[in-house]
Design a protein. Structure first.
Lengths: 156, 410
């Protein structure tokens, strides 16, 4: 039985170059996948963007709560908006617990805790959209949380 | 008197039908991110759509050829096919964004009903409305209903705008610094949202559906120039209200509900109701316009019988085509794709296909063999070429900006 020729450079001149280009392509593809999938440590921009998003969620929640407090909106609107914003706060909270580049861990952890408070406040209003007193307290809470998150964002 | 009334009604319908989900998303985001600074992009987009809508309406009235007929004739089969495929992809994405938008708006009213049920209901109701109503009634129903969006103009005024900054926003300026790319992404988005190609496909085919002739050129001019130019006021009001309410608080609007909130805060429940109705009509209207645009393009390119006025029996393949557009859109949104995100992609991708759509229209509109005495004048030619250049530049930068800015998220 004749031995099958080995697939080496002697048999295929120029193959080495092809293999190298393929490896480079693979590395590039892997880096792209990693970059787009959000794996790897969060850099300063990513942390800052997520903190800003959490602050935005808190501010928008504050407006929704204010309208509920004044009875100037519909129950269904308060319900669905608090549910949407609750989901957004949860996303920020989770994203900020991901590993970060050196020196960013503290602010990210602090912001993640604040995002959890935002989520909780929105959740309570979602459960009782008609409660004007609760809405007033949620409005105050979210206003404070939004300022705290803004401060973290500016420190970064 | 009858003619004047026809012109006025058409103009009002065009006025109310100008805005779609693209403006509801991009303009509110632009105002929240940059205050009044991007207001200048509104007249640029409006002038572009007015230029090409007037031209395509005139071409349809004189030659009886709607846009895709012209595209195939001037570009030939190969390039025409590429334009067809590109525009159909964008049309399907647009229908998906719009029907998803209708379901999202309904969910703000019916919080307890699951989104997918509302989506199915939206598509079923839209399909039934399209089946039952004649073409002119469809145009008017959604166009007049869109006038509820006047609530955003009232809201912007109630929030007491800073008139100096607002006027300054209409002066284009070169943004520098950290947010430069995001600024240009939103500038492109605001311009592109006004220039969505389905509007021109629908408008010119609608002219043929309505049986426009030379005597309707006045109606065409009034609809395109006055109706759509006034519609631009809604577009600007969305930026203004967002600049006043969301920008100072650093709110990044990622939901359609945020747009409704902009009417709720200054005007309370009445404002919210009017905002819902306006949004429902403009987004629902755009859903049917974009589904029809897809069916028109396919039928005109392949030489099928087409037109709502022919009825489903005589234009069977055309009827199936718009139904299939709705079904494809439904499938896309049912998979869980976010309609707001689909809108952003549809608007930005649409820009890339714009030059291939608008160039043939311009070439026919300035060709005396087809147009006779109604050939482009100097002004139409000037704006036609100018906007073609603008569209080419925008189409080159749109995708890099989309990816570089992570769809404006930074």
């Amino acid at each position: 039985m004749s031995e099958r020729p080995r697939d080496n450079e002697a048999n295929h001149p120029g193959r080495s170059g092809q293999v190298k280009s393929r490896q480079i392509l693979l590395v590039a593809a892997a880096s792209t996948v990693l970059a787009f999938s959000g794996c790897g440590a969060l850099d300063r921009d990513a942390v800052q963007n997520e903190v800003a998003r959490a602050a935005s969620t808190a501010s928008e929640g504050m407006l929704v709560a204010r309208q509920a407090k004044r009875d100037r909106t519909w129950r269904s609107f308060t319900e669905i908006r608090t549910a949407e914003l609750h989901g957004a706060a949860q996303q920020s909270e989770q994203k900020l617990t991901q590993p970060t580049e050196q020196g960013l861990g503290g602010p990210a952890e602090q912001a993640s805790k604040l995002a959890a408070h935002v989520r909780a406040a929105l959740g309570s209003l979602h459960d009782h959209p008609d409660d004007a007193r609760l809405a007033a307290s949620v409005e105050r809470k979210l206003s404070g949380l939004s300022h705290d998150l803004d401060r973290i964002e500016h420190r970064l | 008197v009858r003619k004047a009334l026809q012109i006025a009604l058409g103009m009002v319908a065009a006025f109310g039908g100008f805005v779609d989900i693209g403006e509801l998303v991009f303009n509110v985001q632009a105002g929240a991110a940059f205050g009044y600074q991007l207001l200048w992009a509104v007249p640029i987009g409006v002038l572009g759509i007015v230029t090409y809508a007037e031209m395509s309406g005139r071409v349809a009235a004189i030659t009886k050829r709607p846009v895709f007929d012209v595209v195939r004739q001037r570009l030939g089969f190969g390039a025409g096919l590429i334009t067809l495929v590109a525009s159909q992809v964008i049309n399907v994405l647009t229908v998906a964004a719009e029907v998803g938008g209708v379901a999202l708006i309904l969910q703000l009213l019916f919080a307890d009903i699951p989104f997918r049920v509302l989506l199915l209901v939206s598509v079923a109701v839209l399909t039934a409305i399209v089946f039952l109503l004649p073409f002119s009634a469809l145009e008017r129903l959604f166009g007049y209903g869109g006038l509820f969006l006047v609530v955003f103009i009232v809201a912007a005024l109630k929030l007491r705008p800073d008139w100096g900054s607002l006027a300054g926003g209409f002066v284009p300026h070169w943004q520098t610094g950290q947010d430069t790319l995001i600024y240009w992404y939103f500038a492109v988005g605001v311009i592109a949202a006004a220039l969505m190609p389905y509007e021109v496909y629908f408008y010119s085919s609608g002219a043929v559906e309505d049986g426009w002739t030379e005597s309707d050129l006045g109606v065409n001019r009034a609809n395109a120039v006055l109706g759509w130019a006034l519609g631009g006021i809604f577009s600007a009001a969305l930026i203004a209200v967002s600049a006043e309410l969301f920008h100072p608080l650093g709110i990044e609007p990622d939901f359609l509900g945020t747009t409704a909130l902009a009417a709720d805060v200054p005007l309370g429940q009445t404002g919210l109701l009017l905002a819902f109705l306006g949004m429902l009509f403009v987004v629902g209207g755009a859903a049917l316009e974009s589904s029809f645009a897809g069916a028109y393009n396919l039928a005109q390119f392949l030489g099928w019988e087409w037109g709502k006025y022919r009825g489903p029996r005589h234009a069977r393949r055309f009827t199936w085509a718009w139904i299939v557009m709705f079904v494809l859109a439904l499938i896309i949104v049912v998979t869980g794709a976010n309609p707001v995100l689909i809108t952003e992609y549809a608007v930005v991708l649409a820009v890339v296909a714009l030059p291939l759509t608008y160039l043939p229209v311009l070439l026919i509109a300035r060709d005396r063999t087809y147009m006779g005495e109604h050939v482009n004048g100097r002004l139409a030619d000037f704006f036609g070429w100018l906007y073609l250049a603008v569209i080419v530049v925008i189409s080159l930068v749109a995708l890099p900006l989309l990816f570089a800015t992570n769809a404006g998220a930074g």
